[in-house]
Design a protein around this ligand. Structure first.
Ligand SMILES: NC(=O)c1ccc[n+]([C@@H]2O[C@H](COP(=O)([O-])OP(=O)(O)OC[C@H]3O[C@@H](n4cnc5c(N)ncnc54)[C@H](O)[C@@H]3O)[C@@H](O)[C@H]2O)c1
Length: 318
C-alpha cells in the first residue's frame, strides 16, 4: 500500500486492451486509483475482469473521440486499434481515434494539469532507410496507403503532444513502442506472434507473408509496461520520443520455427504474398531509454513465448 498522498488518480485510455490491461494491473499493484476507459472495439471486459473487485479500479465504456470530463493526475493514452486487421477495418475511425482522441486527452490534461503519455509506435518510422531506428530519424511513411490511417494518425498524435507541450507547457511523454507480445493479445488480430502461436496450437499451417527473411524485434509485455511507467515517472525535462522495445532481431522464419519447437506442433510452414507497405526491418535503438530511464528489456524471446503459449493454450481449451 502507498500512503494517501502518494496515491495517484490515473486514467488509462484503451485500458481493456492487451497492453492497457497489463498497465492497469501494474499501476493498481502500486496502490494507485485507476480509471480504465475503453470502447471495447478490440479490448474486452474479460481482460480486466480480475481487477473489477478492487475498489481503486473503475471501468468506463467511452469512446475517446468524444470529450471526457474527469479529475486525474496522469493519463496514459493507449486507445487505438493496433493491429493491421483491426485498424484497417474502419480506417477513418482509426485516424479519428488517434487525432480527435488525442486532442480530447490533451484538452483534459490541460484542464486538470495532468501529465500525459502517448503510446506511439515504431510505425511512425514507416519502411525505414535507417537501421536500427533511432528517435532522431523522421521516418519514411506512405501518406496514402492502407496503413496510413494508423501511421499518420500516430504521427499527428505525436505532433499534438509536442504542440501542447510547447504552446501550453503541458508535461508530456511520448513512447514509441515496438512490437510487443504476451498474454491477452487478441487471438485473431493477425499479428505475427499471436498468429503463429494460435496456428501452431491448432496444428494448422503457419503462414509466413513473403520469404520470411524480413526481421522483427519482439518485446515481452512485462518489460514494455516497466518502460512505460519508468517514462511517466521521469522529471519534466524528459519528453521523449523514446523508443521502447527489445533490440533482439529475429527473422519471421526464425520466430515460426521457435514457435513450432516450443508448442511441439505438427504445423507446416507455408508462404503467402507480402502485404503492401510491410516493413522489411524493424529493430529499435534503445540507447535513449537506457540512458534516460535506466531501462532495458530482460525477458528473452524463448521465455516470453513459453508464457504466451501457456496463455493461448488455456484460451483455446476454455
Ligand atoms: N502491442 C504492440 O506491439 C504495440 C506497438 C506499438 C504501439 N502500440 C500502441 O499501444 C496501444 C495499445 O495497443 P494494444 O496492443 O494493447 O492494442 P489493443 O487493440 O489490444 O488495445 C487498444 C485498446 O484501445 C481501445 N480503443 C480503440 N479505439 C478506441 C476509442 N475510440 N475509444 C476508446 N477506446 C478505444 C480498444 O478497444 C482496445 O482496448 C495502441 O495505441 C497501440 O497503437 C502497441
Amino acid at each position: 500500500m502507498v500512503s494517501y498522498r502518494r496515491t495517484k488518480r490515473i486514467l488509462v485510455t484503451g485500458g481493456a486492451g492487451f497492453l492497457g490491461s497489463h498497465l492497469c494491473e501494474r499501476l493498481l499493484g502500486q496502490g494507485h486509483e485507476i480509471l480504465c476507459v475503453d470502447n471495447f472495439f478490440t479490448g474486452t471486459r474479460r481482460n480486466v475482469e480480475h481487477l473489477l473487485d478492487n475498489t481503486r479500479f473503475e471501468l468506463l465504456r467511452h469512446d475517446v473521440t468524444f470529450p471526457l470530463y474527469v479529475e486525474v493526475d496522469e493519463i496514459y493514452n493507449l486507445a487505438c486499434p493496433a493491429s493491421p486487421v483491426h485498424y484497417q477495418f474502419d480506417p477513418v475511425q482509426t485516424t479519428k481515434t488517434s487525432v480527435h482522441g488525442t486532442i480530447n486527452v490533451l484538452g483534459l490534461a490541460k484542464r486538470v494539469k495532468a501529465k500525459a503519455l502517448q503510446a506511439s509506435t515504431s510505425e511512425v518510422y514507416g519502411d525505414p532507410e535507417m537501421h536500427p531506428q533511432a528517435e532522431h530519424y523522421w521516418g519514411r511513411v506512405n501518406p496514402i496507403g492502407p496503413r496510413s490511417c494508423y501511421d499518420e494518425g500516430k504521427r499527428c498524435a505525436e505532433t499534438l503532444f509536442f504542440d501542447y507541450h510547447r504552446q501550453h507547457g503541458l508535461p508530456i511523454k511520448v513512447a514509441r513502442i515496438f512490437n510487443t507480445y504476451g498474454p491477452r493479445m487478441h487471438p485473431d488480430d493477425g499479428r505475427v506472434v499471436s498468429n503463429f502461436v494460435v496456428q501452431a496450437l491448432s496444428n494448422q499451417d503457419i503462414t509466413i507473408y513473403g520469404d520470411g527473411r524480413q526481421t522483427r524485434s519482439f518485446c515481452y509485455v512485462d518489460d514494455l509496461i516497466q518502460g512505460l511507467i519508468a517514462l511517466m515517472e521521469t522529471d519534466s525535462t524528459v519528453t521523449g520520443p523514446i523508443n521502447l522495445g527489445n533490440p533482439g532481431e529475429f527473422t519471421v522464419r526464425e520466430l515460426a520455427e521457435l514457435v513450432v519447437e516450443l508448442t511441439g506442433s505438427r504445423s507446416e510452414i507455408v508462404h503467402k504474398p507480402l502485404p503492401q507497405d510491410d516493413p522489411r526491418q524493424r529493430k529499435p535503438d534503445i540507447e535513449r531509454a537506457k540512458r534516460a530511464l535506466d531501462w532495458h528489456p530482460t525477458i528473452e524471446l524463448r521465455e516470453g513465448l513459453v508464457r504466451t503459449i501457456e496463455y493461448f493454450r488455456t484460451q483455446i481449451a476454455a
